[in-house]
Design a protein around this ligand. Structure first.
Ligand code: ACM
Ligand code: ZN
Length: 532
């Protein structure tokens, strides 16, 4: 049975029994990932057996983890809340730091203080406190060493993505995935909700999107490169109701994670076109794709499509409170547009030189609509082709060049280059790895990654918000396989996005990772372990 989940919580720590790591400096320090900016050990211990009370300035849902933790300590009989002397105190200090996510932790023998200027900072401070807990190897008591931590992330955007279209994952796993992000101080979950192979979000105004678009007839077996293609003959699909989505959004909020939903356009639209073929250039008919790749049938630029997409986005906006909406924009062949009378008339009427400019015109209309609803647009780096929408944020996946170009143009950028940010690539050259799409992104390359490309001028560097790991699931059929591809690279990426490159090194990370692996094992996480 899976234990009740608490990030780095008591149960796991007791099971793992260890929390220290021999660092390169030969000192025993708590094995915190991502490594804090500074950590000073002090004499003494805070005994969790004497733990009595939590003092917090707020009862916000962000602190529910803290309440759960407290309950667990009491239920397990670790702490005697009646006689204990030791307290945990949250101090809100609005002038504390320039970085809204910063925190300070001071652990003294009778008092732990977590200072921050935001609830996000509190969450991160508490997360670090949990990572200091350890069991005394002699008498088995549970304690944290006295210390002080000053910490703040290097980048404001620290994201992980999940494709729930190529394979579908239930709400229970989405919540667990969000737990994993929160464990490593990621603040954004990019939820890839629509694709050629399946539309996964209920849209009330267009019920056929899920009645028809959420289900494919069967799925390719084995790797795409193995010809001839064979199929499993099993109908496959699923989707999230709006109620489920609201539940996931509330859960993520309580963990300090913002969700960015992605609704793909104008390409990767075959599932939507199967439901509403009149939105294509040819009129169809279509069926959701049963194999992988890029498909020629995409949304037509006709006005009905724009209206449809704006209506879809209105429902999406209602569900997701975050600022950003991701509109895809990648891998859109122009084959149909080149011969479609409607698309060609649009191109001529609007004085557009080619189909790239037509795509840009299409996306600008979507951006205007998002702006009218107070939201901002993110797209993959293909949205540069034909001219960027005025306020678009670019997610750079085909290397970093698109991101660099967008940053120089004064646009915000999220770096997620295939190397090393695609966690659907192999992580080992050892035989016996499960079939992956291709590529090779070993743990070290993730840990050593710098989201700021070398040589980029500082004005452009300032436009780079951070980075993200992408998890495309063509070849990940179930939850355990997703975990295997994500762990331990998630921990390495957390460090690449949080830490200054000179405050952490790979060997030191591996020492700390040892401890984390024991926790993952205790939690039943299926992680990859043969990278040394
Ligand atoms: C992508 O990997 N097509 C964004
Ligand atoms: Zn068309």
């Amino acid at each position: 049975m899976r234990l009740p989940y608490l990030p780095f919580g008591l149960v796991l720590l007791i099971l793992s029994g260890l929390s220290f790591s021999a660092h390169a400096q030969d000192k025993l320090l708590p094995a915190i990932i991502p490594a804090p900016t500074s950590l000073q050990l002090m004499p003494g211990r805070f005994s969790w057996h004497e733990f009595s009370a939590i003092a917090a300035p707020t009862t916000s849902p962000l602190l529910s983890d803290v309440q759960d933790f407290y309950k667990q300590l009491v239920q397990l009989g670790v702490s005697d809340v009646k006689t204990g002397l030791n307290n945990l105190q949250f101090e809100l200090d609005t002038l504390f730091h320039l970085n809204p996510e910063a925190y300070q932790v001071v652990i003294k023998p009778n008092l732990i203080t977590i200072k921050a200027r935001s609830e996000q900072g509190f969450l991160y401070g508490f997360n670090s406190v949990l990572q200091t807990m350890t069991v005394d190897s002699v008498d088995g008591t549970l304690y944290s060493p006295c210390l002080s931590i000053e910490d703040a992330p290097r980048f404001p955007y620290r994201g992980m993505h999940l494709d729930v279209c190529r394979h579908f994952f239930p709400v229970s796993f989405i919540k667990r995935y969000i737990d994993y992000l929160a464990m490593y101080k990621f603040n954004t979950f990019h939820w890839h909700l629509t694709e050629d192979q399946g539309w996964r979000i209920e849209i009330k105004q267009y019920p056929k999107l899920t009645e028809i678009g959420a289900w494919r007839a069967e799925t390719l077996v084995g790797h795409y490169s193995q010809k001839p293609h064979t199929y499993d003959g099993i109908r496959y699909g699923g989707y999230y109701t709006q109620e489920e989505i609201r539940d996931v959004v509330a859960y993520a909020t309580s963990k300090g994670v913002t969700i960015i939903p992605e609704i793909e356009m104008p390409g990767h639209a075959l599932a939507a076109l199967s439901a509403y073929p009149e939105l294509s250039c040819t009129g169809g008919p279509f069926t959701p794709a049963t194999t992988w790749g890029v498909f020629d049938d995409v949304f037509c630029t006709r006005p009905e499509t724009i209206t449809f997409l704006c209506n879809v986005l209105d429902e999406v906006i209602d569900l997701f409170p975050g600022t950003y909406i991701h509109i895809g924009g990648d891998e859109c062949p122009k084959t149909r547009w080149k011969v479609c009378p409607v698309c060609q008339q649009n191109r001529i009427d609007h004085g557009l030189a080619d189909e790239h400019e037509l795509q840009s015109w299409f996306i600008r209309q979507i951006e205007q609509h998002l702006h009218s609803r107070g939201r901002r647009l993110i797209g993959w780096d293909e949205i540069l082709e034909g001219g960027l929408a005025p306020d678009a944020t670019v997610m750079s996946w085909r290397g970093t060049r698109g991101g660099e170009e967008a940053a120089r143009l004064g646009h915000h950028v999220i770096m997620t280059p295939g190397q090393p940010c695609y966690f659907d690539h192999y992580q080992s050259t050892l035989p016996g790895q499960p079939v992956a799409i291709g590529g090779y992104n070993p743990l070290e390359s993730v840990h050593q990654w710098d989201p700021l490309p070398p040589g980029l001028e500082s004005s452009a560097q300032n436009m780079i918000l951070g980075g993200q790991g992408n998890v495309w699931t063509e070849y990940m059929l179930d939850e355990r396989h997703v975990e295997y591809m994500v762990f331990p690279r998630l921990a390495a990426l957390a460090e690449a996005l949080w830490c200054d490159p000179d405050t952490t090194n790979y060997d030191d990370f591996l020492h700390r990772l040892n401890i984390h692996e024991q926790r993952w094992q205790a939690e039943g996480i299926n992680y990859f372990r043969y990278y040394r």
